[in-house]
Design a protein around this ligand. Structure first.
Ligand SMILES: CN(C)c1ccc(C(=O)NC[C@H]2N[C@H](CO)[C@@H](O)[C@@H]2O)cc1
Length: 475
């Protein structure tokens, strides 16, 4: 099956290389994002963090194998400020209309760990392959509760490669029932929206929870592509946003495109969603990025490197165009990652961060779990990934943030500052490697330096001078 995936990768890679090269000659590409999730002081937030964690997908309590001490270590090693925290429908709503407040207590406890350390949280209603009910053993899918799983006798054969379960008749049929493509289950999307309402009711007043990632990697079953994204997927998002807004007016609702295709650099047909809240809409776009040519066996090297670079460029254009089509909404790259033992892996991670920085996109790396994709070994030993993730970035900017660019010992931020004296200064994270004694701010005034958290706070000069560049250098 690896051969099959590699053939797909090669074929798609060639298409993207040809298409990408042609597109690059024709157009300069879309403008960077021009809106951001903001904090209570109106500062533009840039997310640097992890999806935490895959280990929660199938365990009985639905909690990640992750401790508060491990969060302390993460903050000390990489200065993260954000988490995409995995939750699951099966735990929120264990039986129809019954919401498990004990589970939400457990989620709230962990949200508190992040809140105490100045993090922002996006709750991710995570599914892969629908749910554990797709096989009798319950050891493949995750997310959806068994009471919402209707295979109707369609088979699900075993596969060693997990993605191939998406092609099984039973899995496709479970999704077809959820989306009511079968016409048999109009109630399931109502339940899904109701589950999100219950989550939002719990966290509506928690300032640390800034966003809800409405569905992880949506899959349309027998309905794919624009018919799915512009049809049932957009409809589910609208139904869910309407339900959330009955109890929570301030959190952002983050929309994912279908994973099939978009993850690999193909465009999305996701439709715009109305936000009934008073004031500006709070809708965001949270795509994932997993270039297929990475699976050809060379990692980010050899012939694969060019195809992966073309895929990333195509993904950037599609992401910015989709966010614009959704109303010029903020963007968080909700997932990207790889086995960092592959050739060129750290160069790829740096490429994705640099591309996102130049596009105004925040990032949650996949994932916080220990092992060859993550920042730590199973025994807690730091891994090579940390050296690339521990990088300067703007945490919170008072003003109209545009883009930023970081080097080992520099951080350039393009911003149109607020004209008034903002209540809160701007903040940047500065790693010890390039900024052992903190930093100095060209185009701004230093307010404070926290040597433990490595956070520099400053005000920006020239409130009436329009867009300008602030440069932070080692002190
Ligand atoms: C055929 N379909 C629908 C499909 C194929 C492959 C992925 C995938 O690799 N996803 C990337 C990562 N995202 C999940 C968690 O959200 C991880 O398990 C995957 O590695 C998704 C969907």
């Amino acid at each position: 099956m690896f051969a099959a995936r590699s053939a797909i990768a090669a074929g798609l890679g060639v298409l993207l290389v040809v298409g990408g090269a042609a597109a690059a000659m024709r157009t300069p590409g879309p403008a960077p994002a021009d809106s951001f999730i903001t904090d209570g002081d109106g500062r533009a937030l840039v997310q640097h963090g992890f999806s935490t964690a895959s280990s929660s997908k199938s365990v009985p309590d639905g909690m990640p194998d992750f401790t508060e001490d491990q969060l302390v270590q993460e903050q000390a090693d990489m200065g993260t400020n954000f988490v995409r925290f995995l939750i699951s429908w099966r735990k929120v709503e264990p039986s129809p209309g019954d919401y498990d407040q004990g589970y939400l207590d457990d989620v709230e406890e962990r949200v508190g760990w992040y809140e105490e350390r100045g993090y922002h949280v996006m709750l991710d209603m995570h599914q892969d392959l629908w749910g554990s009910g797709i096989t009798p053993e319950g050891d493949n899918g995750n997310g959806a509760p068994e009471w919402a799983t209707y295979l109707d006798g369609f088979p699900v054969a075993h596969h060693d490669q997990w993605e191939l379960y998406y092609l099984e008749p039973g899995v496709i049929h479970a999704f077809d029932n959820f989306w009511n493509t079968t016409g048999e289950h109009p109630e399931l999307t109502d339940h899904y929206a109701g589950a999100w309402r219950a989550v939002a009711e719990r966290f509506a007043d928690d300032d640390a929870v800034v966003a809800y990632d409405l569905m992880n990697e949506p899959y349309g079953g027998t309905v794919q592509g624009p018919a799915f994204e512009a049809g049932p997927l957009t409809a589910l998002y609208q139904k869910t946003v309407d339900a959330i807004r009955e109890v929570d007016q301030d959190s952002w609702a983050c929309l994912e495109p279908q994973a099939l295709g978009f993850n690999w650099g193909l465009p999305s047909a996701l439709g715009a969603v109305d936000d009934p809240r008073e004031g500006d809409p709070r809708i965001a776009f949270c795509p994932h990025l997993y270039p297929l040519p990475m699976d050809l066996g060379d990692g980010f090297s050899g012939p694969s490197r060019d195809m992966v670079e073309t895929t990333v460029a195509a993904w950037r254009s599609n992401t910015l165009r989709t966010a614009e089509a959704l109303g010029g909404v903020p963007i968080i790259l909700g997932e990207f990652g790889l086995d960092t033992t592959l050739p060129g892996a750290l160069d790829y991670v740096d490429l994705v961060y640099s591309t996102s920085d130049a596009s105004g996109i925040g990032i949650a790396y996949w994932s916080r779990d220990p092992g060859s994709w993550g920042p730590y070994e199973v025994d807690g030993t730091p891994r090579n990934l940390i050296t690339v993730l521990d990088r300067p970035y703007p945490r919170a900017i008072a003003g109209e943030l545009h883009t930023w660019n970081s080097g080992p010992d520099s951080l350039e931020i393009s911003v149109t500052p607020d004209s008034g004296d903002g209540a809160e200064p701007s903040e940047v994270y500065l790693p010890a490697a390039g900024f052992p004694d903190g930093g100095v701010v060209e185009g701004g005034e230093l307010v404070s330096w926290d040597p433990e958290l490595r956070i520099l706070r400053f005000t920006i000069d020239g409130g009436d001078d329009g867009e300008q560049t602030v440069v932070v250098r080692p002190s």
